[in-house]
Design a protein around this ligand. Structure first.
Ligand SMILES: Cc1cc2nc3c(=O)[nH]c(=O)nc-3n(C[C@H](O)[C@H](O)[C@H](O)COP(=O)(O)OP(=O)(O)OC[C@H]3O[C@@H](n4cnc5c(N)ncnc54)[C@H](O)[C@@H]3O)c2cc1C
Length: 896
């Protein structure tokens, strides 16, 4: 029997976000059951342009089909869904987008308090790291509203590393047919060209995503590999001992405590692994994250759902919740391939493999137009038809669904809400009319209906958990969706006929020029419409009386501790590629679960790394850990952490007492008993920064020591991060405080500093065995050198003394077989006190200081980029040393 505190079912997008965020609390054990395997390091998964290789591959794709669709000539549509750690983020096209404020505010208007644009914005920012450079800004004409983008989240958001050669012509063509250019599709709605149609040229900060723009993508910068929830959230936490991931574990049922009275308590989940049935127990909560198709299936298999569905299948109903599986909304799209005479060298693949550049480094889509109907000529029939659509007679339409439906009708003429999407894909998307010809190059226009009026459902068809559920989106089951599509088809023809792009296109392969009349277009649509991969709504967040399945805390009605966190809680379709919204939902869910939804902290998920273990293959709960055999005293803390054991106190050396006494200063001048700011030679609040170490002229100041503390500011935002605290974390590293009375007070011997980098002594705290303030190379560092390209780092810890100017000393410590300890401080009369590491060969690398919120520690590294790439996002800081006589530190703009 195995037991964890939080049991997350489904290690997909939302599952891994929730699990890693919950596991930030080292006092809880989080378990994840994932049916698929760990595929995130597979080269095909990682290569952005190879996204299609995962589709229809049973290892990474569940490969669902819809029920036969009446609106599509009875066709069954293929519905890919990601399987494995990362879920559908293993297969997706990596587009990151947001819908408009109006649409997020609708969540609240539909009855879920606390779910509005402001709240979504908070979590969009928490999840992402966006750092467009000047080249991006010029190339894509960006005008970024900084306040709506996050900088420190785990999920990288970048502009496409490389765009398809017709990208700019497509953008121009969009503008030429009246779709305004949007310079920041999640921030401001700037319209650049004075002669272009104008929606609004005032800043809005409300997500305004209408217009045409270049899509941002979830790709790791530099390495240009796919950023999935597995690579962005799980990878930095892979070895955490309180995060236990079981792959190949197919959950089949949620088990509850026998009901006595009141709401049910979920206590365990039954799952199949390697042909055997297991049970995982949860002491606090079970969190369902199995996606829009499997979540309703699991609820129904567990007896939560519509009695009318469950009774005939002989599944005892434990909570009669008719909303389960009822509100399915799937975007439909169809695509139109065009032949383009642009040659793509076959060497692209080789280029990517060797330099991580070229077309394979990018997602295959880049130019997008999101179009509110009011922006384009549209058939009056659309509005008339929509007004006539009525759901009230449909017995499966809950009050919540009807209100959402009504809202959607009202949005038809809302100039902020896009109904159509046009996107280009740099390849041939298959269709029934024509096959791609060898040696030809294609561009496909994807036409998406962003707010389909059709509503469908997902329900189990038997009590066998291995039976796929029936998925019926009812594509094009109403005239309005068809009319909208017809307008989209006509619009694309206008786009490709625009003067700026016409010459780049040889011909339309499908449907082809023969298809012109509406009736012909409808026939073509019926034969070709597919899905855009954004199913939502099958466990909707509505009030219970409105047919909801979860409340605003994402808790399933009738339960005390079962939540749903995935795309199925979204109550109505939004005009955006949906993954970023799900990241935001999962981030918020984690805060709700932690009971801290209001105290947002941009914490990274970084912790000390431990050696790779197979622990994540087998769930190890608390009970099991307690029964482990006794552990040798000699185990390092790394091993102990992996085994979930309490850590030993941070003793780093066998001969710790070796060098406690300060080195006498060369001049042998007596040190003044209490020292304040040295006079004359430097400013009151000296500070230094810079990405490279300055050349240091020995000061001519008199022999002095000086006392003071370090204040720290966020180098990117200029916000005050706090002081370096006198208190240590569990690993013996200096922490941060905003309480000035808890500042670490340090003393530097300026006389000794004339000889080169020197120790600083901790006066009021830290560690008595290691009273010097310096760097200790991090556990996962591969050697004690810090260099411009490596992610090696040194944590600010107590050290023993090193001679002025000497390189890092190598010692074993409680974490690993070796560690580099060094004095890292230097004094300059103009620059004040600043860190200076010395590598083994005597070189002095440029240093950057980062604050790692989750581990509450500061680290020095030679490369913030490399450090972030290895460990996730952190705050890059600037330091200012404030002599004790001075008042509160003045934040500096200088950067480490
Ligand atoms: C081909 C494709 C392209 C897409 N392109 C984009 C895009 O470019 N931009 C965008 O924004 N969105 C895109 N999406 C959509 C986006 O990826 C999904 O909406 C999102 O990943 C859904 O997140 P989720 O957490 O709800 O589910 P998922 O990410 O699908 O995760 C569900 C997880 O649960 C696991 N699971 C299911 N059942 C069980 C069970 N019984 N036991 C254990 N584990 C189980 C699954 O294996 C999976 O890992 C795309 C999707 C697809 C399929």
């Amino acid at each position: 029997m195995i037991t964890v505190d939080y049991l997350v079912v489904g290690g997909g997008l939302a599952g891994l976000v929730v699990a890693t965020r919950l596991a930030e609390d080292l006092d809880v054990v989080v378990g994840v059951l994932e049916a698929g395997q760990d595929m995130s390091r597979n080269p095909d998964v990682q290569t952005p342009a190879n996204y299609y290789k995962g589709i229809r591959n049973p290892e990474t794709d569940w490969g669902f089909f819809t029920a036969p669709q009446d609106g599509l000539n009875g066709r069954r549509i293929y519905l890919p869904r990601g399987k494995g750690l990362g879920g559908s983020t293993l297969l997706n096209l990596m587009q990151l987008g947001r819908a408009s404020a109006v649409e997020y505010n609708a969540f609240e208007q539909l009855g879920s308090k606390g779910w509005d644009w402001a709240e979504f914005l908070k979590y969009f920012k928490k999840s992402e790291a966006f750092h467009p450079d000047s080249e991006d800004i010029t190339e894509f004409g960006l005008n970024i509203a900084d306040e709506v983008h996050g900088k420190c989240g785990p999920l990288p958001k970048i502009m496409p590393p490389r765009v398809w050669p017709v990208h700019s012509r497509v953008m121009e063509a969009f503008v030429s047919v009246g779709i305004p250019f949007n310079a920041d599709p999640v921030g401001l709605f700037f319209l650049s060209e004075p002669n272009q149609p104008t929606l609004d040229d005032a800043p809005k900060n409300d997500g305004a995503n209408a217009g045409c723009w270049t899509g941002t993508t979830a790709i790791h910068p530099g390495q240009h590999t796919r950023a999935s929830s597995a690579s962005a959230y799980y990878e930095p936490n892979r070895d955490k001992s309180n995060l236990i991931v079981v792959t190949g574990a197919y959950a089949t049922r949620i088990l509850f405590d026998p009901k006595e009275s009141g709401d049910l308590v979920a206590k365990a989940v039954e799952y199949h692994k390697d042909g055997e049935i297991h049970v995982a127990h949860a002491t606090k909560e079970v969190i369902l994250c199995t996606g829009s198709f499997k979540t309703p299936q699991l609820l129904e298999l567990s007896g939560i759902g519509d009695k009318k569905i469950l009774d005939p299948l002989n599944i005892p109903v434990i909570i009669d919740l008719p909303g389960v599986g009822s509100n399915l909304q799937v975007l439909s799209h169809y695509h139109r391939p065009f032949v383009v005479p642009i040659y793509i060298a076959l060497e692209e693949s080789a280029e990517y493999m060797t330099t991580r550049t070229g077309l394979l480094s990018s997602a295959p889509m880049s130019a997008f137009a999101f179009i509110p109907l009011s922006l384009i000529p549209h058939d009056r029939k659309i509005l008339d038809g929509a007004n006539k659509l009525d759901f009230s007679g449909d017995p499966s339409a809950s009050a919540g669904m009807q209100r959402a439906f009504q809202m959607q009708k009202e949005w038809l003429m809302n100039r902020d809400v896009s109904f159509l999407e046009l996107a280009t894909i740099s390849s041939y998307l298959p269709n029934t009319r024509a096959l791609p010809l060898e040696g030809r190059n294609y561009i496909s226009f994807v036409l998406g209906l962003l707010h389909p009026f059709s509503r469908g459902h997902v329900h189990i068809r038997s009590s066998d958990p291995f039976d796929s559920p029936t998925i019926d989106p009812r594509f094009l089951n109403n005239g309005t969706d068809v009319e909208l599509f017809i307008d989209a088809v006509k619009l694309v023809r206008k786009v490709v006929n625009a003067r700026c792009i016409k010459s780049a296109i040889v011909r339309e392969t499908a449907p082809g020029p023969a298809v012109q009349f509406d009736a012909e277009i409808i026939e073509y649509l019926k034969g070709n419409v597919q899905t855009i991969y954004h199913p939502i709504g099958t466990a909707p967040m509505f009030p219970r009386e409105d047919g909801g399945v979860v409340d605003e805390s994402l808790k399933v009605y009738g339960t005390q501790n079962l939540r749903v966190v995935d795309a199925s809680v979204i109550p109505l379709q939004i005009s955006a590629h949906i993954q970023h919204t799900i990241y935001a939902i999962a981030e918020k869910a984690a805060d709700i679960i932690k009971g801290a939804s209001r105290s947002l902290s941009f914490s990274s998920t970084l912790i000390q790394r431990q050696p790779q273990s197979s622990a994540h293959k087998h769930i190890i709960g608390r009970g099991l850990l307690k029964q482990r055999r006794p552990v040798p005293e000699s185990w390092t803390n790394a091993k102990r952490l992996t085994a979930g054991l309490p850590l030993k106190p941070p003793v780093r050396r066998g001969n710790a007492v070796r060098s406690l006494s300060p080195v006498p200063s060369p001049s042998a001048s007596p040190r003044p008993p209490s020292l304040s700011t040295p006079s004359g030679s430097h400013s009151e609040t000296p500070s230094f920064s810079g990405s490279s170490a300055p050349s240091v002229t020995p000061p001519t100041a008199p022999v002095l020591s000086t006392r003071g503390s370090f204040g720290c500011t966020d180098a990117e935002t200029g916000e005050f991060v706090g002081y370096i605290s006198k208190d240590l974390n569990a690993f013996g590293q200096y922490t941060r405080t905003t309480d000035s009375t808890k500042r670490l007070v340090l003393e530097i011997d300026l006389d000794a500093a004339r000889l080169g980098p020197v120790d600083m002594m901790a006066i009021n705290g830290g560690e008595s065995n290691y009273p010097f303030f310096g760097g200790v190379t991090g556990f996962s560092s591969t050697n004690p050198n810090l260099s411009p390209s490596s992610s090696n780092y040194a944590n600010l810890c107590g050290t023993s003394q090193t001679n002025p100017g000497s390189p890092a000393q190598i010692w074993p410590n409680t974490f690993s077989e070796y560690s580099g300890d060094a004095a890292t401080w230097r004094y300059d009369s103009a620059l004040g006190v600043y860190p200076q590491w010395i590598n083994l060969d005597g070189s002095k690398p440029a240093l950057h200081l980062v604050y790692v919120p989750n581990a509450d520690m500061f680290s020095l590294t030679g490369s913030v980029e490399a450090f972030r790439a290895s460990f996730g996002s952190v705050t890059q800081c600037s330091l200012s040393f404030v002599p004790t006589a001075a008042s509160v530190p003045t934040p500096t703009t200088s950067v480490y």
